[in-house]
Design a protein around this ligand. Structure first.
Ligand SMILES: [Zn+2]
Ligand SMILES: [Zn+2]
Length: 359
């Protein structure tokens, strides 16, 4: 298949069942793009089936033109049945060149939140944490994730988590990331100044009030400039403070800050969206132009094994995969070709130190 034919096929697949969703027709997309934020949902335990979830991922990747995906375990806490990169790393080997993975969402994130009270972080705890982080990289992870500072619970069995982004163990992680030259994928729902929890989230386990998160992120970025932090989920903000203006100010001041874009369609119940029915939001357009080397695509898709029973949050979130992937392709098609290539592919290769996959 020629490049032109490939683009035509992907566009047809992406637009066919969504007539009239967008005002502008998609014109250009990078033929093969990189998704830096993809989750696998399979049965855990001894009969774990991440192979099925990986097969689902490959199918979606082929359908939507994704050359390479970075798989990462969601940010988990002790109350959950946890899993981390070793659960799926071996199964990814079958598809050489299509995947890389991050580690720590199961082990390191629960470790940090177990020590939410920073006074419990002794030097011995720091050493134990750093050793666990180093081991993940030794074993093949290309970075750390998904880590959480503030993570709002959006549905049943979806955890609320909070520690400031400059928690002492996040500082240790920044030092390990700098030493090993790997990035950290950070989920931090944005709160600028203390505020009451918005109505949509005002049910337990979420608390009635939320503390500022932005100042702590700035402190973490300043603490170790060699640690590359990828702030996840730009372009679909649940709380309202992750605006293009706020991201722009943080990027201006912090050269080690990057943002992965979770592009959603205009009807999605999110704020500060990059896409509207009219096309690319003008404030986002300007920010992407100004910091074109600092953005990547991280769809936050949940790829579910066909044998998966039960309906946890991951299974429910998976219903949003196709609208998000369609919106992402449309978004890339609205960027100038050079910007689409950088945001869709080249920045990810550089920031995650990936080798180019099959072109
Ligand atoms: Zn997240
Ligand atoms: Zn995620």
């Amino acid at each position: 298949m020629t490049l032109k034919q490939f683009i035509a096929v992907v566009l047809a697949a992406s637009m066919a069942s969504a007539p009239g969703t967008y005002a502008q027709p998609a014109a250009r997309i990078p033929p093969r793009w990189i998704d830096v934020h993809l989750h696998l949902i399979g049965e855990r335990g001894p009969r774990g089936d991440f192979a099925g979830a990986i097969a689902s991922a490959i199918e979606a990747m082929d359908r939507f033109g994704i050359a390479t995906a970075i798989v990462l375990p969601p940010p988990q806490i002790d109350e959950q049945m946890r899993y981390d990169a070793p659960a799926f790393a071996a199964a990814l080997q079958r598809y050489r060149g299509r995947f890389a993975y991050l580690g720590g969402g199961g082990t390191l994130n629960s470790f940090i939140h177990r020590h939410a009270d920073a006074s419990t972080v002794s030097d011995a705890v720091k050493r134990q944490f750093a050793a666990a982080a180093e081991k993940l990289i030794d074993d093949g992870a290309v970075g750390f994730g998904e880590m959480a500072s503030l993570h709002m619970s959006a549905t049943a069995r979806h955890p609320y988590e909070f520690v400031p982004a400059d928690h002492p163990l996040f500082r240790v992680l920044a030092d390990v990331a700098a030493k090993r030259d790997v990035p950290i994928d950070l989920h931090m729902d944005a709160v600028a100044g203390e505020m009451p929890t918005p109505a949509r989230f005002a049910v337990p386990p979420n608390p009635p009030k939320l503390a500022d998160t932005m100042a702590a992120l700035a402190r973490l970025l300043a603490y170790n400039r060699k640690a590359r932090i990828i702030w996840a989920h730009g372009g679909s903000d649940p709380l309202g403070a992750m605006s293009p203006a706020a991201i722009g100010r943080l990027m201006d001041a912090n050269p080690n800050l990057f943002v992965s874009l979770r592009i959603v369609g205009p009807p999605a119940p999110m704020m500060n969206k990059a896409l509207s029915n009219e096309g690319l939001d003008p404030d986002w357009r300007e920010l992407l132009r100004r910091h074109v080397d600092r953005f990547v695509i991280g769809t936050d898709s949940f790829m579910v094994s066909p044998t998966m029973r039960g309906g946890g949050p991951g299974v429910r979130f998976a219903e949003r995969n196709t609208p998000k992937l369609r919106a992402t392709i449309h978004f890339l098609s609205l960027l100038p070709p050079g910007a689409a290539r950088r945001i869709g592919r080249d920045n990810a290769l550089r920031i995650y130190r990936l080798r180019p996959g099959p072109a």
